[in-house]
Design a protein around this ligand. Structure first.
Ligand SMILES: C[S@@+](CC[C@H](N)C(=O)[O-])C[C@H]1O[C@@H](n2cnc3c(N)ncnc32)[C@H](O)[C@@H]1O
Length: 205
């Protein structure tokens, strides 16, 4: 699914239109907390829309860890074009397996990533544990129509590949897991299909 033609199409669209509505609201919520000098891990960055905006807002370093080499190449190409490549680190693979090598960051973002990954608990646990300040997610609303859309989409994907599946994970449980990992919400909005949420780590007593 996340192959070279898809990455090229998305990069072209990103260059024409910029970040989409959910990416903009997530970056705005995080930037409101101050990002000067912050280190970021952008899991499944795609073409890097969130990461490029966080760099523009003051982040000093972004680690893009993505399972797709084509998307890593697209994000790298865009960072080169923007003249910010020295602030980026690119790692290919599954974040959960690489988390210890990647290490902690001030900010972690997951833009439309939980819906590509079956073990959401493992991904949220590994990433929240390594986030010092701010945690941001864009993921599907878990409503019946999204489950129905995902089921029909997965039936179609299943005709062509066994590598792509769309997961509509339970959003209340995701929110509870992030809070239980030590975070408090600073922004939340549910749209028709996608929801955006940002959290700040609670101060320790
Ligand atoms: C739908 S794209 C989202 C791209 C971008 N963040 C956005 O919001 O448009 C999902 C990306 O997440 C990556 N991905 C999913 N699970 C991952 C994981 N556990 N570790 C690293 N990358 C992952 C996929 O390879 C894919 O490039």
């Amino acid at each position: 699914m996340f192959d070279d033609p898809a990455a090229r199409d998305e990069l072209k669209s990103y260059r024409e239109k910029g970040p989409d509505a959910q990416e903009l609201e997530l970056v705005s919520a995080l930037a409101g907390e101050g990002l000067e000098g912050a280190t970021v891990v952008d899991i499944g960055a795609g073409v890097g829309a969130i990461g490029h905006a966080l760099v523009a807002a003051g982040a000093s370093q972004v680690t893009d860890v993505d399972g797709s080499p084509a998307y890593l190449a697209a994000a790298h190409e865009e960072a080169d074009r923007l003249g910010t490549a020295e602030r980026w680190r690119f790692m290919e693979g599954d974040y959960v397996g690489l988390a210890d090598d990647i290490g902690p960051a001030d900010v972690t973002t997951l833009g439309r990533v939980l819906c590509c990954y079956e073990d959401w608990r493992g991904l949220v646990a590994a990433s929240t544990a390594r986030t010092r300040r701010l945690y941001g997610v864009v993921y599907p609303v878990s409503r019946w129509w999204m489950r129905a859309l995902a089921a029909s989409g997965n039936a179609v994907f299943g005709l062509f590949t066994d590598k792509m599946r769309l997961y509509i994970h339970p959003d209340r449980q995701i929110d509870a897991a992030i809070r239980a990992a030590g975070f408090q919400p600073i922004y939340a909005r549910k749209g028709l299909f996608w929801q955006t949420a940002a959290y700040r780590r609670r101060p320790t007593a």
